[in-house]
Design a protein around this ligand. Structure first.
Ligand SMILES: [Zn+2]
Length: 444
C-alpha cells in the first residue's frame, strides 16, 4: 500500500530529463490516482499515475501544460483515457455520499471507480485483504452506486460516488476537491494498489454477495438449474436473431436431456424471445440496472448448477457463484481468457478448475459454435465432473470424505439416483459409472 497523507511515499522521474520529481500532492479525480508533481530541473508539472489498478502495469505520465502523454506500453485504452479526462474536466458533478460505520484515525482507501463494470468489481474484491490483514486500518471504499450492495461488512466507510460506471473514467473536479479535503480528516491515509485481477486466495465471494432473496420455492423440485448470462453487445452468432435461434435450440436440447431442469435467463436486453415449450423457463432479463434485480440474479447464480454465457464481465459473478461454468470465447477475446472467471475461495486442486470451468473457442462472432457443442459440454460437466472429483482424490482420507460430502450435495448424485429418467445420449457408459459411483458413496 502507498502512504499518501500526511506524507506521500512515492518516487517518479521526469520523462524529459530523468530528474527526481518533487511530489506536491495526491489527486483522485475519478478512476485515476495521481501524483501532482513538478520537475526541479525543467519546472514542468506532471500528473503521474500512482501504482493503483491497471496503472500497476501500464503507468502513464501526463504533462500538465501540453497534455502530452508519456508511457512505455502503448496501451491506449488506458493511457489515452487520462489525457481525454484531463482535457475535458467535469465542472459540476455530485460529491460522494458517505456511509459511515465506525470512526478510524488511520485509513486505507480503495478506489473502485472505473469505466468498466468488471474492472470496478474486481477492484472491490481487494477489500477483504485489508479487513482480514490490517484491522488497524479503517477501510474506506470509493465505489459507484451500482456496487454499493456488494461492499462487504466490516469496512469503516463507503464513499458512494453517484455516477454510472461507464462515466468513471472522467475527471471530476468536485471529487478531486472533496478527496483532498477528506484526507485531512484522518491522522494517516494509505492507498490500496487494488489489483485488477486478485487471486481466489484473496476473496471469498460469500463476504460480498449476501442478503439475497429466498428463491427456493421458485426452483424446487426442479433440477438442475442452468443459468444463461445474456448480453446483446456480444451475441452468440452473427446477429441477435441468430442468438435467439441458438438460445432456443440450447434450451430445447437441455429440456430433452433434463426434463426437470430450470433454465434461467439473466442479463441486459430482452430482444431474444424464448418459447417455453419444454422445461421450466425463468426469464429475469431487464433493460436497466436495479439493486433488487441484481440481488435476484445473484440468488439464481448461487443456486445454479451451471452458468453459461459469452466471455466478458457478465461472467464474473456467475462463474464465481455457480457450481460450474461453460463459456463461449470469441477469437478476439482469447487474449483475455480467464480474466472474467472468479473461482471459489481457496480452491486447492487445480484439476477442479479444469473440471468445472470449460471454454469453447469460436470465431469472432461465435457463429461456428453449434448449440449441440454447448449442450454436450454442459451435460459433461454436470454428469462426469463430480465423478472425476472423487477419482482424483489422492490426499488424506479426511479430504476424500470432504469430497464425497460435496458430491452428495451435487447434481450428479441426484441425477444418478434418477438415472433412468434422464435422456442422456450414450448412457451405457455413464450408467455403469454412475452405478459404481453410488456404491462408493454409500460406503462413506
Ligand atoms: Zn524535467
Amino acid at each position: 500500500m502507498i502512504r499518501i497523507f500526511p506524507d506521500i511515499e512515492f518516487n517518479a522521474q521526469c520523462p524529459i530529463d530523468a530528474a527526481e520529481l518533487h511530489i506536491k500532492d495526491v489527486v483522485i479525480p475519478g478512476m485515476r490516482c495521481l501524483a501532482d508533481s513538478i520537475c526541479p530541473i525543467c519546472n514542468t508539472r506532471y500528473y503521474v499515475d500512482l501504482p493503483v489498478g491497471h496503472a500497476l502495469w501500464f503507468p502513464t505520465t501526463l504533462n500538465q501544460s501540453t497534455a502530452e502523454i508519456y508511457t512505455q506500453f502503448g496501451v491506449n485504452w488506458f493511457s489515452q483515457r487520462l489525457r481525454e479526462s484531463f482535457l475535458e474536466p467535469v465542472e459540476v458533478e455530485p460529491i460522494p455520499i458517505i456511509h459511515k460505520f465506525f470512526d478510524a484515525d488511520r485509513i486505507i482507501i480503495l478506489n473502485c471507480l472505473d469505466f468498466l463494470y468488471g474492472h470496478s468489481l474486481l477492484k472491490l474484491l481487494n477489500v477483504q485483504y485489508y479487513l482480514d490483514n490490517h484491522p488497524e486500518l479503517g477501510c474506506c471504499v470509493l465505489a459507484p452506486t451500482q456496487l454499493l450492495h456488494l461492499v462487504p461488512k466490516g469496512v469503516a466507510e463507503i464513499w458512494e460516488f453517484p455516477i454510472s460506471i461507464k462515466e468513471g473514467w472522467k475527471w471530476y473536479l468536485s471529487l478531486q476537491n472533496w478527496m483532498s479535503k477528506q484526507f485531512t480528516n484522518y491522522k494517516e491515509c494509505f492507498l490500496s494498489p487494488t489489483y485488477p485481477h486478485p487471486s481466489n486466495q484473496a476473496y471469498d465471494l460469500t463476504r460480498f454477495v449476501r442478503d439475497l432473496p429466498n428463491i427456493l420455492d421458485d426452483i424446487e423440485p426442479h433440477r438442475p438449474v442452468i443459468l444463461f448470462s445474456y448480453r446483446e453487445d456480444r451475441p452468440w452468432g452473427n446477429t441477435l436473431k441468430k442468438q435467439q435461434y441458438n438460445l432456443q435450440k440450447l434450451y430445447n436440447q437441455l429440456s430433452t436431456i433434463f426434463p426437470a431442469l430450470v433454465f434461467v435467463l439473466i442479463g441486459f436486453g430482452q430482444q431474444a424471445k424464448i418459447h417455453a415449450a419444454g422445461a421450466r423457463l425463468i426469464d429475469l432479463r431487464t433493460d436497466k440496472f436495479c439493486v433488487e434485480c441484481d440481488r435476484l440474479w445473484l440468488a439464481y447464480m448461487s443456486a445454479a448448477d451451471c452458468a453459461v454465457g459469452v466471455h466478458g464481465s457478465n461472467m464474473l459473478l456467475p462463474s464465481g457463484l455457480a457450481r460450474s461454468t461453460v463459456e463461449l470465447v470469441p477469437r478476439l477475446r482469447v487474449g483475455n481468457t480467464v480474466q472474467d472467471f472468479l473461482f471459489p475461495w481457496k480452491m486447492k486442486d487445480v484439476r477442479d478448475a479444469l473440471l468445472f470451468y470449460r471454454m469453447i473457442y469460436g470465431n469472432n462472432n461465435l457463429s461456428d459454435i453449434d448449440p449441440v457443442k454447448v449442450t454436450d459440454l454442459i451435460v459433461n460437466v454436470l454428469s462426469y465432473s463430480a465423478y472425476n472429483v472423487i477419482i482424483f482424490g489422492e490426499g488424506t482420507s479426511n479430504e476424500l470424505r470432504e469430497r464425497i460430502r460435496i458430491l452428495r450435495e451435487s447434481e450428479i448424485y441426484k441425477c444418478a439416483l434418477n438415472v433412468d429418467r434422464l435422456n442422456i445420449r450414450d448412457l451405457s457408459f455413464s450408467r455403469r459409472l454412475i452405478n459404481y459411483l453410488i456404491k462408493i458413496i454409500q460406503k462413506f
